[in-house]
Design a protein around this ligand. Structure first.
Ligand SMILES: Cc1cc2nc3c(=O)[nH]c(=O)nc-3n(C[C@H](O)[C@H](O)[C@H](O)COP(=O)(O)OP(=O)(O)OC[C@H]3O[C@@H](n4cnc5c(N)ncnc54)[C@H](O)[C@@H]3O)c2cc1C
Length: 268
């Protein structure tokens, strides 16, 4: 932990597998107790920091009879049987590496098990609310940035002898974005306060992720539209913002899974 916190060690968290993403309990990676160590076998995909990571927290099944029994294992750089695939080509977030990881009879010492060997699912679910709040904070900030670059652009760009900011459609679109981002910011601020007081529920964290990431994608889409063809060019920041935003509705739980979590809490 000290090395991770100081930034000397890079960390990755590996849950997703080629055939199990939203349905985490469907994962196949297994860890078998061999007395003084666990034997880890399986593969993971779409792992952020997968290539750069010095330490990977790997979720693996520990009891074939119980699909929710999984442990979290610290797999370290250089452990025999631990291999990495290539950097996966993505639509956006080009500077972040995303990789496939392979575990072939990796001997993981018992000391590298985090907490209880069957409690990993609970640990992950418990902390995902915090991760989703982080996504929400990032989404509101990114939406604000996208709005600002769009405002700058429409002030400069002229069509029909006037700045495009003078068209009612432009002003109304920007006014809608301004309002929705302000509303989202207030909600996220409240969620941060709740989180600091340990009161943030998984349902409300899911609401925050759902609302803000959907809003971000709407804002970047409108931003590209107001940039016209220039918005489709990489040299304009709104283009990168558009490409980077799309994953926000998918990772850390898709928008559909957020709706599942929220509706479960409504006791329908
Ligand atoms: C760039 C990037 C970085 C990532 N980083 C990490 C990482 O660091 N660690 C990690 O473990 N994972 C990571 N992921 C994986 C990410 O969390 C998963 O892609 C995501 O959870 C969705 O899983 P999936 O891709 O298998 O899609 P699927 O689960 O196959 O979903 C496909 C579609 O089906 C829908 N769906 C699934 N179940 C339901 C349901 N019950 N009801 C309604 N609709 C449903 C989904 O909403 C989606 O629209 C990353 C992914 C990407 C692309």
């Amino acid at each position: 932990m000290p090395g991770i916190i100081s930034g000397d060690l890079i960390l990755a968290v590996a849950m997703t597998e080629p055939s199990a993403g939203s349905d985490l309990a469907g994962m196949r990676t297994s860890a078998v107790d061999q007395g003084d160590h666990y034997l880890l076998n399986g593969s993971k995909v779409f792992i952020s920091n997968g290539l750069l990571a010095d330490v990977v927290i790997v979720a693996a099944k520990t009891d074939p009879a119980n699909k929710h029994a999984m442990g979290l294992f610290l797999v370290e750089r250089g452990m025999e049987g631990f291999e990495r695939g290539k950097n996966l080509e993505k639509l956006g977030m080009k500077s972040q590496d995303t990789a496939e990881l392979f575990f072939n009879n990796v001997k993981v010492p018992k000391a590298n098990l985090l907490g209880d060997a069957k409690g990993g699912f609970f640990y992950l679910m418990n902390m995902l609310a915090q991760e989703r709040l982080t996504n929400a904070c990032g989404a509101v900030a990114a939406a604000e940035a996208a709005l600002q670059v769009t405002i700058d652009y429409v002030r400069e760009r002229k069509a029909f002898d006037r700045p495009i900011s003078h068209f009612q459609n432009t002003r109304f679109k920007l006014a809608e974005m301004r309002t929705q981002i302000d509303v989202a910011q207030v909600f996220v601020d409240r969620c941060v306060q709740d989180h600091n007081q340990k009161k943030l529920t998984p349902e409300v964290a899911a609401e925050a992720k759902l609302f803000t990431t959907e809003l971000l994608c709407k804002v970047v889409d409108e931003g590209v539209q107001l940039h016209g063809g220039w918005g489709y060019m990489w040299e304009y920041p709104i283009c990168k913002m558009y490409a980077n935003a799309r994953i926000q509705r998918i990772f850390a739980g898709t928008s559909e899974i957020m709706k599942e979590i929220i509706s479960r809490g409504m006791k329908l």
